[in-house]
Design a protein around this ligand. Structure first.
Ligand code: CP
Length: 341
């Protein structure tokens, strides 16, 4: 299947551009359930392509994608770069540390500069919540949020959903959505854009989400978003189908939020003994980067029958191909996408 062919699930979303009527991808919070499903379903063709020896198509030939990363990244930057290249686009990476940002250029002026170079899509990671939305207001092309402060990391949540969908299907479970699944997200919820995007995405797809963290690392009032809040990890794991571990985001912490890494591991680290308190087939996820021995032990992270952490990385390329393909359809004049609102 190519991007111009109809999805096998075409009945579950509106036709053409109405299936995804957004210019930008700034957060899961802006998406309807059927729009999330559309991006996931569109990614399936790229999962298949990426498993072939020859992984290249020319769907985005002639387009220029700029990856502007103002924070460090391994997975997100590389997978957006690989995604753009596999779709045939010219991909340029702007590392803030080597850019004129270091000479005092503002975020807005940087955005205006990238726009003047006639980028066809801009992928942005920035340390400030809302920075990607600010840039989207200043440029003429689609903007994709690759993580903005503590706000959102939408492609992470989408790739996590795609990885989980594949893992459940391999077990013979119907996993079009996650109705009936209980998913624990444990770690530094307070500082985590991954937790926020995943909470929104997993709930939109029908899952029951439990958030677990020490009180100091749990946002006040998060229950209002529909999650069940736990401070006792063993209690949170009881009956869980999936556990997603998050690292301590020390780069966003001012002051001390935990007594010590050792004590944190004792109470909130995922060990084999602790995992045994969940179900016998509970799946283990982690968005990376991992701090082995702190939030997760190696013998859990590397469990071949339970951990889907490397699968998450694999799906990262496919989901970013899906997002780049869908968001550039209007500019490319793909049939049915040229007259979107
Ligand atoms: N999960 C994630 O965003 O990883 P990177 O920081 O390596 O991109």
């Amino acid at each position: 299947m190519t991007s111009s062919e109809p999805s096998p699930h075409a009945a579950r979303y509106p036709a053409g551009a109405l299936a995804f009527p957004h210019r930008d991808l700034l957060g899961i919070g802006q998406l309807e359930r059927h729009e999330i499903l559309f991006l996931l379903d569109e990614a399936e063709q790229w999962v298949a392509l990426n498993r072939q020896r020859s992984k290249h198509v020319d769907a985005l030939a002639g387009l220029t994608i700029i990856n502007a990363f103002f924070e460090n990244s391994t997975r997100t930057l590389l997978s957006f770069e690989i995604a753009g290249k596999r779709l045939g686009a010219d991909v340029v990476n702007m590392h803030a540390a080597q850019s004129s940002v270091k000479k005092g250029e503002t975020l807005i002026d940087t955005a205006i500069t990238l726009n003047a170079m006639r980028a066809d899509a801009i992928v942005i990671r920035h340390g400030s919540s809302g920075a990607t939305g600010l840039i989207a207001d200043k440029v003429d092309c689609p903007v994709l949020n690759a993580g903005d402060g503590q706000h959102e990391h939408p492609t992470q949540a989408l790739l996590d959903a795609l990885a989980l969908r594949h893992a459940l299907r391999e077990r013979g479970e119907a996993a079009d959505d996650f109705t009936g699944q209980t998913i624990v997200i444990c770690g530094d919820i307070l500082h985590s854009r991954v937790a926020r995007s995943n909470l929104l995405c997993l709930q939109a797809l029908g899952a029951s989400v439990r958030l677990c963290a020490p009180p100091a690392l749990m946002p006040v009032g998060i229950e209002a978003m529909g999650a069940e809040v736990f401070h006792d990890f063993d209690a949170a794991l009881d009956g869980a189908d999936v556990v997603m571990m998050l690292r301590l985001q020390s780069e966003r912490m001012s002051g001390q939020f935990i007594p010590s890494a050792r004590e944190y591991h004792h109470l909130y680290g995922l060990t084999k003994i602790r995992l045994a308190k969940a179900k016998t087939d509970t799946l283990v996820m982690h968005p990376g980067p991992m701090n082995r021995g702190v939030e997760i032990d190696s013998d859990v992270a590397d469990m071949i029958d339970r951990s889907i952490i490397t699968r998450q990385v694999e799906m990262g390329v496919a989901i970013r191909m899906s997002c780049l393909d869908v968001l550039t359809r209007r500019a490319r004049g793909v049939e049915g996408w040229g007259d979107a609102a």
